[in-house]
Design a protein around this ligand. Structure first.
Ligand code: 9MR
Length: 362
């Protein structure tokens, strides 16, 4: 089959599925936003200013398909706080306007992270000034977007079991400067700066039934328990869910147990950065797309069983723009096929799998 014919076959597949699930009652365009909202879920994607502002076709599709936008990079320290006394909200504001114009909710990503720091932080921050600098950053950034953000990833990736801290904490710069308390501090300052935003702890490596992820789950759960016990204003856990099409060690029941433990702390849950790497999968792209789609379906059908899950955000919408092109490229140098839409913005089997799960058909 030629590439074009195969693409048409996929597209027709999607159209047929939509017709089946929608019957004659389809009054909205068949988008992930539409099918998500029927299940009471927010569907969204990460998007970067440098893509959404330049690629009009992509931006149009983005706002049609998504009910939520997570700025992929533009709110990170390096971008928004490039110099000690200089904040740059221009790109974040542009994304917020786009979101507001098309009624998308906006996530905030992220206020405290070991990565994405500008050089001045690495060069000038120390144990003496770290607290004041962190507070100023959170007050200024969360304050700037006060009332406009659905949920902030207040602290991102604070667990790293390899660092051998007894509680599994990452020995990041913030940890070295301020100890574990930097986490609690960040949530308290964010809550004051934007009392309406939901405040999330966000992390990766919580998905599979492997020793590494189990240890990470345990450390995250203990961290959440400590925060709740201290009355820290935290409202949810973000599961990044950077999955792998070649990884088979998945156990839906065990994942659900973890999510139920999180939910029992009175926390909401969101899938915040979902994608499925196709590294190690066959070249043939019907087969490849099927394997990737199966992982979307397997993962989401397990996660969405948990009633406290409120939304699903993919880390990009179309294979045209994904960090996995650089981070997990294929050995055969073929473009990666890891997101719901292909590079031409045509729905792939992964898109269909998401619809199936949203429709309760899986
Ligand atoms: O996708 C993001 C990529 O464009 C950036 O270069 C990178 C560094 O800032 O961050 C990527 O997004 C990460 C997210 O912020 C946190 N979780 C892991 C994501 C993928 O690395």
């Amino acid at each position: 089959m030629s590439k074009i014919t195969r693409r048409k076959a996929l597209y027709l597949g999607s159209a047929t599925l939509v017709a089946i699930v929608a019957g004659k009652t389809l009054t909205q365009p068949p988008t992930l936003k539409h099918f998500g909202s029927k299940k009471g879920l927010i569907y969204g994607s990460a998007g970067a200013y440098k893509r959404l502002s330049k690629d009009k076709e992509f931006a149009r599709r983005f706002v049609a398909e998504c009910a939520m936008l997570t700025p992929e990079n533009d709110l990170k320290w390096r971008h928004i706080h490039p110099q000690p006394n200089q904040y740059d909200f221009s790109k974040g504001d542009w994304l917020l306007k786009l979101a507001q114009r098309h009624r998308l909710k906006m996530r905030g990503h992220t206020l405290v992270w070991h990565s994405g720091l500008p050089n001045w932080v690495k060069e000038t921050v120390n144990s003496q000034n770290a607290e004041a600098i962190l507070i100023d950053h959170i007050q200024t950034v969360a304050g700037h977007y006060r009332g406009k953000i659905h949920s902030w990833d207040v602290v991102n990736e604070a667990i790293l079991v390899e660092d051998e801290h007894p509680l599994g904490l990452r020995k990041s710069r913030w940890f070295k400067w301020l100890g574990e308390d930097y986490i609690e501090l960040a949530f308290r300052v964010a809550a004051e700066a934007d009392p309406k935003a939901m405040l999330f702890y966000n992390d990766y490596g919580l998905d599979y039934n492997i020793a590494y992820d189990r240890k990470r789950q345990e450390a995250v759960l203990k961290l959440l328990e400590r925060l709740k016990a201290k009355g820290v204003p935290i409202h949810g856990l973000g599961l990044q869910a950077h999955l792998s099409g070649a990884e088979t060690r998945f156990n839906a029941e065990k994942l659900r147990e973890f999510l139920a433990d999180v939910a029992s702390l009175d926390l909401k849950i969101m899938v915040t950065e979902l994608d499925v790497s196709d590294q190690g999968l066959p070249y043939d792209y019907l087969e490849r797309d099927q394997r990737v789609a199966d992982v979307y379906e397997m993962y989401l059908s397990a996660v969405l069983d948990e009633p406290n899950v409120i939304g699903v955000v993919t880390w990009g919408l179309s294979d045209r723009y994904t960090w996995l092109s650089n981070f997990r490229p294929r050995k055969d140098h073929e473009p990666v096929r890891v997101l719901p839409l292909d590079r031409e913005l045509t729905p792939k089997l992964a898109w269909e799998s998401m619809v199936k799960v949203f429709e309760g058909l899986s």
